[in-house]
Every structure is written in C-alpha cells, then in structure tokens.
Design a binder for this molecule. Structure first.
Ligand SMILES: CC(C)(COP(=O)(O)OP(=O)(O)OC[C@H]1O[C@@H](n2cnc3c(N)ncnc32)[C@H](O)[C@@H]1OP(=O)(O)O)[C@@H](O)C(=O)NCCC(=O)NCCS
Length: 360
C-alpha cells in the first residue's frame, strides 16, 4: 500500500544528508561491498538463517528495495559515511499516515552514533510535508518494534526521539524462541530529541512506574476501625483506592471516600508508608495510610455506598480486624497499633506491613 496514494509525488527516491552521513538509494554495487559486513548480531535480531547473505539473494534484495519504492510501500536507504556503505535504514507503510522504521549498522561502524543520526534524519524526512520544497512523506507518526534484549537498538530508537509506548508480549519468534517486543513511537508534533522537552519525554516514557494506593484510617468514638466489605474481594479493607496519575495520595483518599461512600472527609496526618511486595499476581505497590478527621459514629448511617464496589461498612475493634483483612493489612494494622501504644506519633515506614529492619 502506498504511503499516501493521493499526494506522494512519483519520482526518484531522494538522497538525504546529515553532515558526513548520506542516506541514498541502494545500488547493485553496494551488495558486494556490504555482504561480508553482515555479522551474527544482525543475523540474530533480523532472524536470518545465514550470517552472510548469499550473493544472488543480496542482489535480489537490493532490486526489491527499488520495486518497493516504486510501489510506494517502503523506502530503504543505504547509509554512506566517508564514502563507505555502513548500514541501512528503512521506513515502510504501516497504515495511512504511519510508517514503521527499521535500522542496521555494520559491525565495523557501530558505536559512533551513526545509527541514531541516520534514524533521526530519516524521521525528519518522514515528517516533512509532501509539498515542501524538498518533499518528505508527510507522515504524522513513525513507530518501531524493538526486542527489549537488544539494548543498542532500544538506545537508537530513544535517541531518535521515539517514546516507549508498550510491550507486545510474545509478539515475535527468533528461531523457535518466543520474544516480546517493545513498541516505540514518535509523532510529528513531538518535541525534537535534542531539546529538553524531548529528552524529558523520552526518559519519562521508559522509567519504571509503581502503583500508589491511598487509604484512610477512620475511627469511631469507641476506637473501632471502619472496614469496607468489598464487592470484588473476600477480605475487608480500609476505605481508599489507587491514586490517579497527577493526583496526590491524600487527595485520592478524600476522592475515593466521596465516590464510594458519598461522604466528604478530610485527612489529618500520614500514619504510614507501606511498601507492598508483589502478591497474588499484583505487582508491588506503595500504600499511604492517612488518619481521617473524626467523622462521627453515625457515619455508617450517613454513607451511600457505591454498590458495585462496596457491599457494606463495618466498625471493627482492632483485636477483631485481623480475621477480616488480608494478611499484609493485618500486619500493618498491628504495626500501627503498636506505634500508637508506644506514643509514637511519627509516620511509620513499613515494608509488607512490618517496620523496616535496619540493614535488611
Ligand atoms: C542497533 C544498531 C543499529 C546500533 O548501531 P550503532 O551505530 O552502534 O548505534 P548508535 O548510532 O546509536 O551508537 C551507539 C553507541 O555509540 C556511542 N556513540 C559514540 N559517538 C556517538 C555520537 N557522536 N552520537 C551518539 N552516540 C555515539 C553511543 O554512546 C552509543 O553507545 P551505547 O549504545 O552503548 O550507549 C547496531 O547495533 C546493529 O546494527 N545491530 C544489529 C541490527 C539490529 O539490531 N537492528 C535493529 C532491529 S530492531
């Protein structure tokens, strides 16, 4: 399928230049020059049966790059640096306005930044309007699928301003091994990779994130705790929930209690920060537990429950709580009770409900 059957002007494949690096159409004579430069690294990541391609196959591949350009399905460029053919980059039609990128640099030329320079130049051409003085493809998005074990290739994508967007699990085969691939993408409207905004966006897309939970410790005049009987799990739990992106843990507690119990409350202090280790298929998380300002013993009468989440509310004494809550919550409530009994009014730092042991 053409990149854009309506507007892409027919014509010769252009030559793109960035300093000493030239991206130009492949020629028959490049086939012989580059064939011996193929190595096991390329064979592995492109899943080629042979490390060095057969001469006729390689020539036929060069011919095919010309046919693909003519039919508008793919543009492949040899990378020429200081007069040598050092690698190859390409963009193929994925869907209207979207191109899929691929790249390779031959072993003797790696580690000089040639791949990221080439991909950045290719992407600039992809995003250049079709009616510009030096026309491009006028794409709105480019993307690449990279094996996460291929660190150099991930770096090439990130240095070229592509952002990590997600993992495609079990998406590819290398030989008979099943592998994940990481999908990375860049929009024409994204900031350039060399800018502060571009650098921040690139890093932000790939740094780990962790689930954050906010919960409230609500007590009545008898010192009993408010526990929610939930519609989706067996154990009862403190009111609260998962903190939304851009939301603070304390605001989350106030919001969740408003959404699920239809009550307006305020939080007074942070009682504990509790790291929860991975559990029953859930990834690890950080739980912030806040004391909720006195609410009055009639809370359970005033609350209107969001029934798809909360079945019932219960006032439970601290001694009875462990038989209703999950083990990690029982440990945390015990730690909170012990701190209170000892007159400790600071914020507890807990791991899996227990005070962190020094040196652990
Ligand atoms: C992936 C591949 C293209 C990377 O090629 P490359 O030319 O070495 O990659 P880069 O241009 O990004 O340069 C990488 C290194 O050069 C270094 N470098 C040196 N000078 C540099 C410069 N002026 N600018 C940028 N990087 C420079 C970088 O620090 C970088 O090191 P790092 O990756 O350890 O952080 C190459 O390893 C390859 O062809 N692999 C096999 C094929 C393949 O995997 N293709 C991708 C399939 S999705």
């Amino acid at each position: 399928m053409p990149f854009d059957a309506v507007t892409l002007p027919p014509g010769e494949q252009p030559t793109l230049v960035d300093g000493e690096l030239v991206l130009r159409p492949w020629r028959a004579e490049d086939a012989d020059a580059t064939r011996p430069l193929h190595d096991a690294v390329m064979a592995r990541w492109f899943d080629s049966p042979a490390v060095v391609p057969d001469r006729d196959d390689h020539l036929a591949w060069v011919e095919r790059t010309h046919a693909e350009w003519r039919e508008g399905s793919k543009a492949t460029f040899v990378l020429q640096w200081r007069g040598e053919a050092v690698g190859s980059v390409d963009v193929r039609h994925r869907s209207p306005g979207v191109g899929a990128l691929s790249w390779a640099v031959f072993a003797p030329y790696r580690g000089r930044g040639l791949s990221s320079t080439a991909v950045r130049r290719l992407v600039r051409w992809c995003f250049t309007a079709v009616d510009a003085p030096e026309p491009g493809l006028g794409l709105r998005r480019v993307e690449a699928e990279v094996n996460p074990l291929n660190r150099s290739s991930m770096n090439t994508a990130l240095r070229s301003g592509l952002r990590r967007e997600g993992v495609l699990r079990g998406n590819t085969l290398l030989g008979d091994e099943v592998h994940d691939t990481v999908l990375l993408g860049r929009l024409a409207t994204d900031p350039e990779p060399g800018t502060r905004e571009g650098f921040t966006a690139m890093l932000d897309s790939q740094l780990p994130t962790k689930r954050v939970i906010g919960q409230g410790l609500v007590r009545n005049g008898a010192g009993e705790l408010l526990l929610c009987e939930l519609a989706y799990k067996r154990e009862w739990d403190l009111p609260g929930g998962v903190v939304d992106p851009g939301e603070s843990p304390a605001t989350c507690v106030v919001r969740e209690i408003r959404e699920e119990l239809a009550l307006d409350v305020s939080v007074t202090r942070l009682l504990a920060v509790n790291w929860l280790k991975p559990w029953l298929g859930w990834g690890d998380a950080v739980l912030f537990v806040f004391e909720v300002a006195p609410v009055g013993d009639d809370l359970t009468d005033r609350a209107t429950l969001l029934e798809r989440e909360v079945r019932a509310l219960h006032w439970v004494s601290p001694t009875d709580a462990p038989e209703h809550v999950a083990p990690y919550n029982a440990r945390m409530l015990a730690s909170l009770g012990a701190a209170e009994a000892a007159g400790d009014t600071g914020t507890l730092v807990l791991e899996d409900g227990l005070p962190r042991r020094e040196g652990a």
